[in-house]
Design a binder for this molecule. Structure first.
Ligand code: ADP
Ligand code: MG
Length: 313
């Protein structure tokens, strides 16, 4: 880590010692901090309220309300919320291990076993949001999936399979990811999330009986945006690059609109048909055909016993 930068001090956060910056957003910084009362380590998202217009402010309050109403091992916890004249403060559970995005970059790609282990945790979080809370996240991506602690990925384990035939069997130790398991992965960032179903009645929000069919459909389909994103994350975990990419934003947009992706050789050659079948039911343009979270969790790939690790050499 770089030499410690001087931490800013915020009015209203006197009870915390900020240690370092963990993330940057358009309107926020996320700090690692210590709650001086309890000694507990936390993460604090400091939102620059003064840069927000009134509808953006309302969105932060909505984000807080949604995350406050959740309690699940795959969802980052919000401990407290407060504000000063200039800032909003979200004191959250500290996710020491950082973003799934960085782990993908570090490892190149994950074995099917490890990808399953990670994606099932995310999927259970999504099932909880969709079915118990009536919430769609709408921003599922590797940057918003966080590891509780630095995932430890030992050598001589099928978890690390960079596409490099010569190194394939070396099983060398991966710096920064040591031994002893991967830990929990949790969903963060409810900045774009939305409540679509009334929890008690499991009907669309708004006045039942007067809701137009396109709204009913829209709200039903809005859950499917999380399923598409889940498919993109799973694809990326298994091969190390995203399903849709182009340097030109116009071409990229067209590829997504058509659902044009391939299981590119050689990267996908050794990946199971079952994994490809599952992905094809998620990266499916028609939201009515796309798997729901229950269909996802019932797919054979999600329920396969992990393949045993190869014998240590
Ligand atoms: P934004 O809306 O700006 O994307 P996020 O809530 O996603 O805000 O936070 C930005 C980044 O800060 C995340 O991608 C992650 O790297 C880091 N971060 C957010 N929450 C936590 C947390 N609870 N623990 C550790 N790091 C976090
Ligand atoms: Mg984010």
């Amino acid at each position: 880590r770089k030499a410690k930068a001087k931490m800013p001090s915020y009015k209203g956060l006197e009870n915390f010692r900020l240690e370092d910056k963990m993330g940057d957003g358009a309107f926020s910084n996320v700090y690692r901090a210590v709650d001086l009362t309890s000694g507990k380590k936390v993460a604090i998202k400091v939102v620059r309220k003064y840069e927000l217009n009134s509808s953006q402010r309302a969105n932060i309050l909505k984000e807080v309300q949604i995350i406050r109403g959740t309690s699940h091992p795959s969802i980052v916890k919000l401990y407290s919320f407060s504000e000063s004249e200039e800032y909003y403060y979200l004191v959250m559970e500290l996710m020491e291990g950082g973003e799934l995005f960085h782990q993908i970059v570090k490892l190149t790609y994950f074995s099917e076993n490890l990808a399953r282990h990670v994606i099932l945790q995310v999927a259970r979080g999504i099932r909880y949001l969709h079915e118990e809370r009536g919430v769609v996240h709408r921003d599922i991506k590797p940057e918003n999936l966080l590891f509780e602690r630095i995932p430890i990925i030992p050598s001589k384990n099928p978890i690390h399979r960079p596409y490099d035939e010569e190194k394939e069997d070396e099983g060398e130790f991966i710096p920064g990811v040591g031994g002893g398991g991967i830990g929990r992965v949790k969903i963060a960032d409810f900045g774009l999330s939305k409540v679509v179903w009334n929890e008690e009645t499991m009907t669309p929000c708004g006045t039942v009986g007067y809701t137009a069919p396109e709204i009913v459909k829209d709200e039903r389909y809005s859950k499917s945006v999380d399923m598409w994103a889940l498919g993109c994350v799973l694809y990326t975990l298994l091969c190390g690059f995203p399903p849709f990419y182009d340097e030109s934003i116009n071409v990229l947009t067209e590829k997504v609109a058509r659902g044009y992706y391939t299981f590119l050789s050689p990267w996908w050659d050794d990946i199971s048909h079952s994994a490809k079948d599952l992905i094809s039911h998620l990266l499916c343009v028609d939201p009515a055909q796309r798997y729901t979270i229950d269909e996802f969790l019932n797919h054979p790939w999600c329920n396969a016993a992990p393949a045993p690790a190869p014998p240590a050499t």
